[in-house]
Ligand binder design. Structure first.
Ligand code: PLP
Length: 392
């Protein structure tokens, strides 16, 4: 028996693979500091956990409506309308098990072989994986360190063609922590407004932003009708394992995603949705506290990385990742990541795990305690005598 040919085109997410290897080292008695995995290290807010427990006791344990409970969809629509300053309705919302299914289902619903998809590189690896899986053509656009890891807009414009079917934006971004400036979004909107393209706007880190609210492409004239907002509970409410996310999209696409949900999940877990409703409508202090703590850690990790010979780290404006340029160490990214794991016990990811333009970078998740971060920095500093800093 052979796997379908398309299975040779699907990718992986390295964070899970490195986590497994790090755990194997731990099983041998090594002490590893985990800076590879992208999940907040805070508990889910207490009132959200309570809402889930109550929901189970109250019988929210059966199948629910495929696109999500209407009151949950309405609450999400209110939340998105308020935070983005736009107007969307509950019927524009599909509740799914995590942010990832929004990517998967929306691409599955519209992409055909020959269609081109523009996406950020380095970027979340699942974009490229699903584009390839579906036989569409990936068109990576490099992110530019000197522009706060935004696109070079002339390069972006040059990649648009009559075959461009979808454009993926991610702000704040994984793995760079970059936030697309409002004026860049305005220019992107101007380039896309008259085209028959769909934008997948991955806004999963929208609440983890250190300099005010991030802008959304949906705020620009004519863009809401052609945009899917991907958001969810994993990062904002520290609910990665609950599997709860949503897409906000034009009605015609809601119907298509609904059909894909019927064929795959039937619905998203009922009691989890009740917990999500409590998260959105309840107190937000836990979110504020988490973001304040991330900011403290960001400042420590960025200055610590900048003190390491051969490292240069710009200050990320959002998410919880530091993405230092390590060209100055003279070592390729994957080799340095291996050395740090095996010889310093620090697990991080090679920039190339996020695409070819990630070469020369490492990704450190600072979703780990300040003590861990400081210990990791000390270990890397101690190891740095191993490489001869190269001057550019
Ligand atoms: N989008 C980006 C940019 C991410 O970094 C992640 C998770 O790491 C996701 C989407 C997926 O989120 P979820 O865990 O809710 O599926």
């Amino acid at each position: 028996m052979q796997l379908a040919a398309r299975m040779s085109r699907i990718g992986i997410e390295s964070a899970f693979e490195v986590l497994q290897r790090a755990r194997a080292l731990e099983a041998q008695g090594r002490h590893i500091i985990h800076l590879e995995i992208g999940q907040p290290d805070f508990p889910t807010p207490a009132h959200v956990k309570e809402a889930a427990k109550r929901a189970i006791d109250d019988g929210w344990t059966g199948y629910g409506p495929t696109p999500g409970y209407q009151d949950v969809r309405d609450a999400i629509a209110d939340y998105i309308s308020t935070t983005r300053g736009i107007h969307v309705e509950g019927d524009n919302v599909v509740v799914v098990p995590g942010g990832k299914p929004v990517m998967f289902f929306s691409m599955l619903a519209v992409l055909e072989p020959g269609d081109e998809v523009i996406y950020p590189n380095p970027g979340f690896p699942i974009y490229e994986s699903v584009i390839n899986f579906l036989g569409a053509t990936p068109v990576p656009v490099p992110l530019v360190e000197e522009r706060g890891f935004s696109f070079d807009l002339d390069v972006f414009a040059s990649k648009l063609s009559s075959r461009t079917k979808m454009v993926v934006l991610n702000s704040p971004a994984n793995p760079t922590g970059g936030v697309i400036p409002r004026e860049d979004l305005a220019r992107i909107a101007a380039l896309l407004r008259e085209r028959d393209v769909l934008v997948l706007s991955d806004e999963i880190y929208s609440r983890i932003c250190y300099d005010g609210e991030p802008s959304s492409i949906t705020q620009f004239d004519g863009m809401l009708e052609k945009t899917i907002i991907l958001d969810g509970f994993s990062k904002t409410y520290s609910m990665t394992g609950w599997r709860l996310g949503y897409g906000v999209m034009p009605r015609w696409l809601v119907d298509a995603v609904d059909t894909l949900m019927v064929n795959s999940n039937s619905c998203t877990a009922s009691f989890t949705q009740r917990a999500g409703l409590a998260a959105l409508t309840g107190p937000q202090d836990d979110v504020d506290r988490m973001v304040a703590e991330f900011r403290r850690r960001r400042d420590v990790i960025v200055s610590g990385l900048n003190a390491i010979p051969g490292f240069r780290c710009s200050v990320p404006a959002g998410a919880f990742y530091a993405f230092p340029n390590i060209v100055g160490t003279g070592l390729p990214s994957h080799e340095l990541a291996e050395i740090l794991l095996h010889d310093a016990g620090v697990a991080c990811l090679s920039g190339t795990a996020f695409g070819a333009y990630g070469a020369g970078y490492l990704r450190f998740s600072y979703a780990s305690s300040l003590d861990n971060i400081q210990e990791a920095l000390a270990r890397i500093q101690a190891l740095s005598a191993r490489w001869e800093p190269v001057t550019a």
